[in-house]
Design a protein around this ligand. Sequence first.
Ligand code: 0GY
Length: 306
Amino acid sequence: MSALSEKTPGWLDWHPDPSVPRFRLPEGAVDAHCHVFGPADRFPFAPERKYTPCDASKEQLFALRDRLGLSRNVIVQATCHGADNRALTDALRASGGRARGVATVRPDVTDAELRDLHVAGVRGVRFNFVRRLVDAAPRDALRTVAEKIAPYGWHVVVYFEAADLPGLRDFLLSVPVPLVVDHMGRPDVTRGADGPEFGAFLDFLRARPDIWCKVSCPERLSVSGPPALDGEPHPYRDVVPFARRVVAEFPDRVLWGTDWPHPNLTGHMPDDGLLVDHIPRIAPTPEAQHRLLVANPTRLYWPDAD
Ligand code: 0GY
């Protein structure tokens, strides 16, 4: 392996043998947040990246989809690939229409490039405000991108930490296309789902009817953590009240995803089957599950599907 693609020290690779979930996913379920990494020898990582992951190919992603009982994927451009969307579009084209994408583009992106991305299956761009992942992009540049994608009917996926929402709120609310928030705006779960910080996030979701929310990443947000070896029956239990609140108040605007291959986790690597088993705890009824897993992502990413 070349020095260029040596993994970040301490990097945890994705789970090699996830369990088959006990929860039977409804027909047509979508994993609305996952990534592909490389393979680096074909799709090199971006020079400006902040981490170097293991490879996580489209074939491996599609195998996980099938093992878990999912039907479709929304593949989100990972920061380690910068604005080079070739690994993403290669996966989209190979998916036979079963994957859509969220790309990263620069403000000088051309109409021809946007058209090519659309044909490949891209339906949104990602604005990432997490400082350990990217250098801050000027807001004028982000606004230019939002204006360029608007004619395509795309949306903006936003990734930020809860503490940064107050400073971003006005800007985000001015973005002229729908928004999709990653991982519930990364709440500090020790502060409580009824606390002021998460209250501010819920207020943000209330501010526009076209702000969607991924109730994803319990493994990233949890302090209580995964199942203990002594058989802890409720993994990631401290995240449940947050996701439940969002699903209950915004049943038509929530999405769920695995976040495979789980970049930058340091404590543990989740069993993706257990992440699926987490779903009925946050969306307790079959109707809520169907909206979360099938109806909502289909409306956003496959609006022409039957
Ligand atoms: C995630 C989370 C992370 C990384 C990325 O694009 C990325 O590099 O999204 C993270 O490290 O929190 O959403 O997959």
